[in-house]
Design a protein around this ligand. Structure first.
Ligand code: SAM
Length: 266
């Protein structure tokens, strides 16, 4: 197919849109194909605020990493990290402290190939190609063990990822929570249909390689287990410690679409 270019691993499925490549397109990246761009247009037709979801989410990710750095966290496990784009976790964290350590995890081939390339010379960061619903594989991967010290606090990032876990997200996040010591944090953002009917949107997403399942605030709160949510609790992405005027302009529960929260292990 004419879309095949030299940066595309041979294992990539070019027939079906992928969440990682579609998200890359929405954020203004170049690692996507016609099939992904058409998919984004379809989703956008069904739900015009979908780009707003993504931009607010990425802004939340930046604020979370800076917040965790302020709290003294120097290690990050980024679950469902996506295709590297502006403002990756290691860039933000290592700008604050060059010794900060980051393990990225994703299942999508383009995301994995590009992250591996980007991190080639970065001995404090690694990309693990794995399904995050198999925590044992992620946590015992040799690269995870090489980069992260599980005796020290870890910032677990599950940013727009919980809604891709259709079965037992509580069990999946519990396994990650159990693997880290006191002083660790879990940050999540998660699609919700508490404020808006999303069945058209989720049906459209179902045409990609991964389905999504929006959840209620109570269901999402359970993913933190007994960890204590830091202020301001579980709120919409733009309401979580905003630090730029542009991130709070023209937002609403309906437009943000995702709950966001950060909790600490005592
Ligand atoms: C919307 S992107 C989010 C990227 C990044 N976390 C952010 O918020 O900017 C979701 C990512 O999750 C990945 N993903 C979905 N299901 C996954 C799974 N079971 N295991 C690993 N990665 C997964 C997709 O490939 C995609 O890159």
């Amino acid at each position: 197919m004419s879309q095949q270019t030299n940066w595309v691993p041979t294992s990539v499925d070019l027939e079906k849109p992928s969440a990682a490549r579609a998200y890359d397109y929405v954020l203004g990246g170049n690692h996507n194909f016609t099939v992904d761009r058409e998919f984004v247009r379809l989703v956008h037709e069904r739900h015009p605020d979908s780009k707003h979801f993504a931009l607010q989410n990425r802004a939340f990710l930046r604020r979370v990493v800076l917040f965790l750095i302020e709290q003294g966290v120097r290690q990050f496990l980024d679950l469902g990290s996506g295709i590297p784009t502006v403002g990756n976790v290691h860039e933000i964290a290592q700008a604050a402290d060059p010794s900060a350590r980051v393990v990225y995890v994703d299942i999508e081939h383009v995301a994995v190939a590009h992250s591996q390339l980007l991190l080639e010379d970065n001995e404090h960061a690694a990309m693990v190609h794995a399904d995050i619903t198999r925590p044992g594989l992620v946590l015992n991967d040799p690269d995870t063990r090489r980069v992260l010290d599980f005796d020290q606090p870890v910032g677990i990032l599950g940013i727009t990822i919980g809604h891709y876990i259709l079965d037992n997200p509580e069990g999946v996040f519990a396994a990650y929570r159990d693997a880290v010591p006191a002083g660790s944090y879990l940050a999540l953002s998660h699609l919700t249909d508490d404020f808006i009917e999303l069945s058209d949107f989720t049906e459209a997403i179902g045409h990609s390689q991964t389905a999504v399942l929006p959840r209620s605030k109570a269901e999402i709160a359970r993913l933190f287990g007994d960890w204590e949510l830091v202020e301001p609790g579980l709120v919409m992405t733009s309401q979580w410690r905003p630090d730029r005027e542009e991130d709070t302009r023209e937002t609403s529960e309906q437009r943000d679409g995702l709950y966001a929260g950060v909790a600490r292990k005592r």
